[in-house]
Ligand binder design. Structure first.
Ligand SMILES: Nc1ncnc2c1ncn2[C@@H]1O[C@H](COP(=O)(O)OP(=O)(O)O)[C@@H](O)[C@H]1O
Ligand SMILES: [Mg+2]
Length: 240
């Protein structure tokens, strides 16, 4: 097996500069990073350190100011806008801090929606949505709208929605920031379980110390630079 195939992302001297009028912010200052597939990685660092900027680049939502970025063996800088949108749609799922669910749709419909956009037939949609809602423990609440669900339940719907299209990579920017610590820990545990089950790669940002303990790779970033990359033993959910 070519070792190249196991690479999720390779960043080479990636910088990001925000220019607002005369003010220039160097949010990322020469990031060199290689991430393997099927890992649960955390980007940690204080507020303003560049976590969101780095996640947006990894998620192909934003592009570097300079440097090279390869995701799933695809040189991202070589894609035009349509190709990039297509690449995102096929390969990446997103989970947001504020869940970003559609208020008028039920839990079921929220999870189904991206599959409709991917032109997946109704029967297969039904099978996938039911399976994934079951995995996240929400079968009984599938006909409820977001306003009728707790924050933790809404984040479960968001996780199910991201997983339903079976992406290679799921990104989440501080996914537990709007949850209490107990619910946040439950959500991380659920994501670990889903990562193990679906073999999706997960990359999260957080500045929550408690949440960090669950990672198997921690990338620490400070002032737009990588401070350290630590691979740790992940908490085992189902024995060794
Ligand atoms: N759209 C933007 N325009 C100008 N500056 C920005 C923008 N987004 C982020 N920044 C600046 O870039 C730096 C990194 O921000 P960010 O990536 O959001 O950090 P974090 O997510 O770790 O809090 C900060 O100094 C922030 O103020
Ligand atoms: Mg941020």
């Amino acid at each position: 097996m070519s070792s190249n195939n196991n690479k999720l992302a390779v960043l080479h001297d990636v910088t990001k500069v925000y220019q607002t009028g005369v003010v220039k912010v160097e949010a990322l200052q020469g990031i060199n990073l290689t991430l393997e597939r099927e890992k649960f990685s955390f980007i940690v660092g204080p507020s303003g350190s560049g976590k969101t900027t780095l996640l947006n680049i990894l998620g192909c939502i934003d592009v570097p100011s300079s440097g090279r970025f390869t995701l799933l063996n695809q040189e991202i800088g070589g894609l035009n806008d349509n190709q990039l949108a297509d690449f995102r749609n096929h390969h990446i799922g997103y989970i947001f801090q504020n869940f970003n669910l559609m208020a008028v749709l039920s839990a079921y419909e929220n999870v189904e929606y991206p599959l409709i956009l991917k032109n997946i037939a109704k029967k297969e949609r039904h099978q996938r949505v039911s399976e994934i809602l079951d995995s996240v423990g929400l079968s009984k609440r599938q006909h409820h709208r977001p306003a009728e669900l707790s924050g933790g339940e809404q984040q479960r719907v968001a996780i199910a929605r991201a997983l339903a299209k079976r992406p290679d990579l799921i990104l989440a920017d501080e996914p537990t920031a709007n949850l209490d610590s107990k619910t946040g820990a439950e959500i991380i545990d659920l994501m670990l379980l889903m990562q193990d089950h679906y073999k999706t790669s997960f990359i999260f940002s957080t500045h929550d110390m408690e949440v960090m303990q669950h990672a198997n790779e921690i990338i620490t970033i400070k002032d737009g630079k990588i401070e350290s990359v630590n691979t740790t033993i992940m908490k085992q959910k189902e024995g060794v």
